[in-house]
Design a protein around this ligand. Structure first.
Ligand SMILES: Nc1ncnc2c1ncn2[C@@H]1O[C@H](COP(=O)(O)OP(=O)(O)O)[C@@H](O)[C@H]1O
Ligand SMILES: [Mg+2]
Length: 258
């Protein structure tokens, strides 16, 4: 039923592009999950949130993770982002086994491979756009002058060079998310993980942000976007569907309406 998604696309070039990407993905998985399980324990009760999740995402893919609220999307993204541990199975990121890592090594891998974008932007309100974008380089001990210069280049890339000295409360939602995307990119990650990045934006602004993700992806960066919006998902190469913590391959889209 995957074909349905390809058939509804009218642009032939996009289909060819997808086919080429799918071919590529077979040889070079950037993300590989095998039988991942995760259970939350809260007091007496336990909640099995990810159930035998098998998943491969190729280098350079742009994929969405779809599913209704509570289906485990953020949990899955947090595992992919090495922000949370899983209980069993194996997760390889860029051929490295991500399992039982110390906090230091987890942070090192996150800084080396990953960029994050969130629904609520997570900008520091007392720093201007340029300082927010530069922040990850502060943690990498890059000197202020150099990191601010690099931040300006990334603001330019997201079309906000002129807004460098504006504070977050002087920016629109779409502008804030573009600042957050620039911040995610400044460490040159291999993978960008975005949790409902358009969830707080109107439709037009959402599409602009998606256009930016596509531009990022065109540079070869793997992009994973959690969303429950079908139009956002349709702008990706492939949709991964989660229902009650189980990945469903080739299911009818209507089964996942939210
Ligand atoms: N830290 C946590 N402790 C306990 N339960 C949690 C925790 N985080 C999420 N959950 C529960 O796990 C389920 C999946 O949550 P989540 O991954 O956030 O879903 P989604 O992002 O798809 O809405 C939900 O029932 C949620 O309440
Ligand atoms: Mg969520």
């Amino acid at each position: 039923m995957q074909n349905i998604y390809i058939c509804i696309e009218t642009k032939v070039s996009k289909v060819e592009n997808r086919a080429a990407k799918n071919e590529y993905l077979k040889t070079t998985p950037m993300i590989s999950l095998k039988k991942i399980n995760k259970t939350y324990q809260t007091g007496q009760s336990s909640l099995h949130v990810l159930k035998d999740v098998d998943l491969e995402i190729g280098e350079g893919e742009l994929v969405s993770i779809m599913g209704s609220s509570g289906s485990g999307k953020s949990t899955l993204l947090n595992v992919l982002g090495i922000l949370d541990q899983y209980d069993s199975g194996e997760y390889h990121l860029n051929n490295k086994l991500i399992k039982n890592l110390s906090d230091t090594v987890s942070a090192q891998y996150r800084n080396q491979f990953l960029g994050f974008v969130f629904q609520s932007f997570n900008l520091l309100s007392f720093k201007n756009a340029q300082e927010n974008v530069a922040l990850p380089l502060y943690y990498k001990k890059v000197k202020r002058k150099e990191r601010n210069a690099i931040a300006l280049d990334y603001l330019e890339m997201v079309g906000l060079r002129e807004w460098a000295h504006h504070m977050p409360n002087q920016l629109s939602g779409g502008q804030k998310q573009r600042v957050a995307i620039a911040r995610a990119l400044i460490t040159q990650p291999k993978v960008v993980l975005a949790d409902e990045p358009t969830g707080a934006l109107d439709t037009k602004t959402s599409y602009e942000v998606m256009k930016l993700f596509k531009k990022v992806n065109a540079q070869g960066i793997t992009v994973v976007i959690v969303t429950h919006e079908h139009d956002i998902s349709n702008m990706c190469d492939r949709a991964i569907r989660l229902k009650d913590g189980v990945i469903h391959h080739g299911e009818d889209e209507s089964a996942f309406s939210t």
